[in-house]
Design a protein around this ligand. Structure first.
Ligand SMILES: O=P(O)(O)OC[C@H]1O[C@H](OP(=O)(O)OP(=O)(O)O)[C@H](O)[C@@H]1O
Ligand SMILES: NC(=O)CC[C@H](N)C(=O)O
Ligand SMILES: [Mg+2]
Length: 485
């Protein structure tokens, strides 16, 4: 998952894009970039690292124009550290297109071959986003007959993109001299929301962003989500048109957004992320009560930050005290989305410190939103013991992560996953916990979609069932062998 934003306005957009990216920082820390359009001229700045360190005043001053887009990257393909794979990506024909992408394509091998053998296009990186941009550019090129470009031609090009591309893609693209295009894959796996605000001159400024909190925080009205398979085009004069571009489409959003990725104050597909996490806590409490003898838990503790809402509910439903025993260093970023196991392991210790007064002689129930590689939980259990805990029970508000995630979360290798091929007592032993309790898969889905119109969720990392066609055992073996470096 990455964070993306695009804005079309009558006023300069550089500051609003920067502000939006700061709000989306939790979705990617590897690199960031902003591109703007000043008439027909593009300006772009991208760099490694987080938003606050990547843009200096002089970079911001150079980002002129009233249309623009931005990206924070959490790499899933190519190289996390490579500056040339930072987004946005640019092609000069047709018209000049700059694109940002949240998601992960799963037929990159076929697309790479086709682009080279048939479309005669050059790719300079191993990023799937560069592929996506070139497919879009190629399809748009097929549609244009003269200098003019109308939305119908753009939408037909997006239809062709849907036919050729597999995987997940929430996408925003600027077409020089024309406008901003946003589209979402036919399952709407990754999120994309549309908003607007009225400017003083009476014109409408449009925004498209990964999460609704961008709109709320920056004073936009949330209009709606971009639908799965739909494309929205906002011309440079502010006129917005949209069309469904995928003949077969259904909403199957990623469950991991609700578990961990998204900020709790966002609403996705009509579901409040915060409330989903509370409900996950309620259901987890029932499971904990089924498997844990009464009186076996003195206190419930969250692992900051993402598990707090679930842990609060677990404590409340079990009628056990909620205590914050782990203090978090707010200056260390999210661990899970850091590239490289050594950095992730070091960061857990840098980030969290156990306060011994909360642990001494107590039976602790530690709640986390998920256990993926087990990096966090292993360290945390050890810290709890060092701080004097008596018995350590660990509960995860998500089920065991046993399968690779290929739709925009970097967990490509089964062998990295602590739950892969292990039974629960074996996982508990690997983590060093006395007892380990996981959310049931059915409870995960029910808790998230309860009260909404969403009928099902993308849950492949828990179930091994992938919603798109090309995820075969052969593909998974290839992904594993060609992991991100
Ligand atoms: O089993 P693991 O591979 O360690 O992954 C899971 C952990 O990583 C995430 O925390 P992170 O520190 O990234 O972010 P947070 O502060 O939002 O909880 C998540 O909340 C879990 O704590
Ligand atoms: N997490 C994402 O959405 C990543 C986008 C793209 N696949 C990249 O690696 O840059
Ligand atoms: Mg965490």
């Amino acid at each position: 998952m990455c964070g993306i934003v695009g804005i079309v306005s009558a006023e300069p957009v550089n500051q609003s894009i920067y502000d939006s990216l700061l709000l989306l920082q939790h979705r990617g820390q590897d690199s960031t970039g902003i591109a703007t359009a000043e008439g027909n001229m593009f300006h772009m700045h991208k760099a490694r690292g987080q938003v606050r360190e990547a843009f200096r005043t002089r970079d911001m001053r150079s980002l002129l124009g009233t249309m623009g887009l931005g990206h924070v990257r959490y790499a899933t393909q190519g190289k996390a550290s490579a500056e040339q794979e930072a987004q946005p990506f640019y092609v000069n024909a047709p018209y000049g297109i700059i694109l940002v992408h949240n998601g992960n394509l799963t037929n990159t091998r076929e697309l790479t071959r086709e682009l080279f053998d048939i479309d005669r296009r050059h790719l300079n990186t191993t990023s799937d986003t560069e592929l996506l941009l070139n497919i879009l550019a190629n399809e748009l090129q097929q549609q244009v007959t003269g200098v003019a470009l109308d939305p119908d031609q753009i939408f037909t090009a997006v239809e062709r993109v849907h036919e050729r591309v597999e995987g997940s893609y929430a996408t925003i693209a600027m077409i020089a001299g024309h406008g901003l295009l946003a589209f979402r894959d036919p399952y709407g796996i990754r999120p994309l929301t549309l908003g607007r605000r009225m400017l003083e001159n009476g014109s409408t400024e449009w925004v498209v962003a990964s999460e609704s909190l961008v709109m709320e925080s920056l004073g936009y009205e949330i209009v709606r989500d971009v639908e799965p398979g739909e494309a929205v085009f906002v011309a440079m004069d502010g006129e917005m048109v949209s069309r469904q571009c995928a003949p077969r489409h259904s909403l199957i959003p990623c469950s991991f957004e609700y578990v961990y990725l998204a900020r709790p104050d966002s609403v996705m597909s009509g579901i409040s992320v915060y409330e989903a996490r509370l409900r996950l806590g309620n259901r987890l409490a029932d499971t904990v009560a089924r498997y844990t003898p009464m009186g076996d838990i003195d206190v419930v503790m969250p692992i900051p930050d993402s598990s707090r809402p679930a842990a609060m509910q677990v404590a409340q439903k079990l009628g056990v005290e909620y205590r914050e025993g782990f203090y978090k260093n707010r200056y260390v970023g999210r661990t899970f989305i850091m590239p490289g196991q050594a950095a992730r392991k070091k960061s857990v210790r840098q980030k969290l410190n156990a306060m011994s007064t909360e642990f001494k002689g107590k039976n602790i129930l530690i709640v986390d939103d998920s256990i993926v590689r087990g990096t966090t939980s292993k360290e945390i259990v050890e810290m709890a013991r060092q701080a004097g805990a008596n018995k350590v029970t660990f509960a995860s508000a998500a089920p065991p992560v046993r399968f690779p995630h290929v739709y925009g979360i970097n967990m490509p290798s089964r062998h990295e996953l602590v739950a892969h091929d292990r039974k629960i007592p074996e996982i508990a032993a690997a983590l060093g916990a006395d007892n380990l309790i996981y959310q049931e898969v059915a409870d995960l889905e029910a808790a998230i979609i309860e009260g909404s119109s969403v009928e099902s969720l993308e849950m492949s990392c828990f179930t091994g069932e992938y919603v798109t066609g090309t995820v075969t055992p052969e593909y998974l073996a290839w992904v594993e062998a060609n992991q991100l470096s």
